[in-house]
Write a protein that binds this ligand. Structure first.
Ligand SMILES: [Zn+2]
Length: 343
């Protein structure tokens, strides 16, 4: 399996985030991608390719144009306002406030275009976001060109980014961009299977009224787990998309047996949908030692996930999302891919 990777992700480093009442170094850090890259090499998964550069047309197929145009301006605006550190919002247009008037203040604009304070910017963040997008599209091209599967080693991740907002370490929704790109390239139906610990709220929102892109999520129950405000089982799509959004919220402490039951049901529904291609939002924060998550999967479980996805018999694009147990992130993420390959 070919991997697409860009070193530009590393510019998005040293950013801070708000956790449990303290501003701390981000859990979503450059070593995550580097450790996965090294594991791709040591496991001899296949060649590692640099991404081709794309314009932002494909991003604007799933995101609001004004949101995408805002992203490269964040750090320059932040610096022009005399600020340093990490660009993090602190006010959001929630219920009862105006969400239709973008203010001019950069901190306010960050709140306008986000749903939490979890997607902060430093100087190299935009270049990392753009490279992650290029990685996803380049890997999608490989699958379109006939590869059985490809691995988009994206960083930053994407599945919490909605049509017009960032959050949860995510800026451009790489999996959603790729899914739409496959449609635009002639695929009739595309499935997105999100196995990250956290609900892929952005992907759900983007495709919620669409019958042509099935979105399936296995995740921590939003009654107790981030992102809290989406991901319940009764969210099944709207309008023409009714029935094409499937959520499997699972309780705190879920281990392989119960998680795998949900995966099996999800894979059967995915197979019944008969998509032309599957996009896997690959998070490995379901791991028992993950510092911010609460499932109990072990390293031995990840190859079984890949093997089950392989049995779907569909062209498959793996898009890297979360996973914060950095020491094991390479073993677990690449474990899914070698499991897919049948090693
Ligand atoms: Zn996650």
């Amino acid at each position: 399996m070919k991997t697409v990777f860009s070193p530009l992700h590393a510019g998005h480093g040293g950013q801070m985030e708000l956790v449990a009442g303290a501003i701390v170094p981000g859990f979503e850090k450059p070593s995550r991608a580097e450790i996965i890259r090294k594991r791709v090499e040591s496991e001899k998964l296949g060649p590692i390719l640099a991404p081709e550069i794309h314009d932002l047309t494909a991003a604007k197929r799933v995101h609001a144009a004004d949101y995408i145009d805002f992203l490269p301006t964040v750090w320059p605006q932040w610096e022009a306002a005399g600020k340093s550190g990490s660009a993090i919002p602190f006010a959001w247009p929630t219920r009862g406030l105006r969400g239709d008037v973008p203010p001019r203040n950069i901190e306010a604009l960050l709140g306008f275009y986000s749903f939490d304070g979890g997607a902060s910017f430093v100087k190299g963040t935009w270049d990392a976001i753009k490279s992650s997008y290029d990685v996803a599209l380049t890997a999608a091209q490989l699958v379109k060109a006939g590869e059985r599967a490809a691995f988009a080693l994206c960083r930053p991740p994407g599945h919490h980014a909605g049509a017009a907002f960032m959050g949860g370490y995510c800026f451009i929704n790489n999996a959603a961009v790729a899914a739409q790109w496959f449609r635009d390239q002639g695929a009739t139906r595309v499935a997105v299977l999100d196995v990250d610990y956290h609900h892929g709220n952005g992907t759900q929102e983007i495709f919620y009224d669409r019958p042509d892109i099935q979105v399936i999520n296995l995740h921590g129950d939003p009654m107790t787990e981030y992102p809290f405000f989406l991901g319940h089982a009764d969210e099944r799509g709207a309008g023409a998309g009714e029935g094409f959004n499937l959520n499997y919220p699972l309780p705190f402490g879920t281990s392989w047996a119960k998680w795998n039951e949900a995966l099996e049901d999800a894979c059967q529904k995915l197979a019944a949908y008969a998509p032309d291609v599957v996009v896997v939002s690959l998070g490995v924060d379901t791991f028992e030692k993950d510092p911010i998550s609460q499932f109990k999967l072990t390293s031995a479980d990840y190859p079984k996930i890949g093997a089950r996805i392989a049995r779907l018999g569909l062209p498959s694009l793996f898009v890297m999302e979360g996973g914060y147990a950095v020491d094991e992130i390479g073993i677990n993420a690449v474990g899914v891919l070698t499991g897919f390959e049948g090693d």
